[in-house]
Design a protein around this ligand. Sequence first.
Ligand code: NZQ
Ligand code: ZN
Length: 393
Amino acid sequence: MQSFVYQCPTEMVFGKDAELKTAEEIKKYGGSRVLILYGGGSAERSGLIDRIGSVLQRGGLAFKKMGGVHPNPRLSFAREACACAQAFSADFVLAVGGGSVIDTAKAVAIGLAHPGKDIWDFWTRKEPVTGAYPVGVVLTIPAAGSESSDSAVLTDEESKRKRGLNTDFNRPRFAVLNPELTYTLPRFQLSCGITDMLMHTLDRYFTIDRNNQLTDELAEAVMRVIIRNGRVAHCDQTNYDAMSELMWCGSISHNNLTGLGNEKDFSVHQLGHELSAMFDVAHGASLSAVWDSWANYVMPSAPERFARYAEKVWGVSGGDTAEKAKSGIMLTVRFFRSLDMPTCFSELRGVGIQPDDVLHKLASNCMYDGARTVGTFCKLDIPAAYRIYQNAN
Ligand code: NZQ
Ligand code: ZN
């Protein structure tokens, strides 16, 4: 087990009507003037924004609402939201939505703590993050895990670069998790969310570290629960118990618990981010579209790890190591298909089969034009990424 420092300070407020506690949570963390951020309209249509507004009003909090966060959230909008928060003298940012809204809220919170600085400079590492205003979350989609993660991902739509920023300043103070708020999700978004939360543990599970018993077995349990309840929720989206399990798994899967003491890999995320940056595809779909190709490319470097995954997560018992490893990959791909998720480019809405020069460009962008490699389980460089994109094409 590698050395680690672990903190997961986000307070989780789980259950039916949990959003009614939002005002008291905000006050607990010192907020009095709140910028409420939300997305393209689902939270308005469901009445959630009005409900939150009433709760804050009853709690004596001043607030300003700002909708319009786009999935794969954009830098230009985050800059506007930051200016809006400054003009309102906000001291607290409340995200009502999913990963895109939460990540925008995190950007605003960092911007508020560094007046006069351009927020993109933090994402490009030109400026160090030295603080952030407090962020709270009312979660509406179990997926990205941003409600408990130290990460925030923005896209600079001009340069078509999608970049993540990891810092403990990104941890929300609290997250309200009411599974009933997910009932209005489009089925495709739910499938994207299930894929993403599974991938947050997969991208940690495929690691060079071995014999890390608690972390491995926690990861395997989280993956089994996601798969079992993902199947139920895909057929019955208003199943409270299944949605509860998924909502909790989504948070656990990305708060680093399922990777403690292991070297993280996260290559599938990096490969997927380039697809989203170039084609604006949904995050979960970008991951399932490359996973099969990635797994087949890296599996020969550690077939025994894939065999263990097949045994513990999918219950595969027959065959030798190589056969088990292949079965685990095949069953994962079959699971994505059962959720109607793409498993290659031709199935990926808005992408399709791409010419060779685009595959080279994706590979080069992913490696910052050769300035980095990605992954630790199997280090990927430009030729490796090109081969993975080519096999996914
Ligand atoms: O915008 P609205 O109208 O609200 O619709 C959203 C959006 O179209 C809809 N939606 C959300 N809750 C709903 C709902 N529709 C109806 N009813 C509800 N209850 O779902 C769509 C997707 O929303 P989004 O916030 O984009 O989803 P998700 O949570 O999957 O977030 C994806 C973003 O998070 C980033 C991704 O890269 C992507 O930009 N990630 C953030 C991470 C982090 N900060 O730790 C880690 C992840 O790996 C990921 O990279
Ligand atoms: Zn993700």
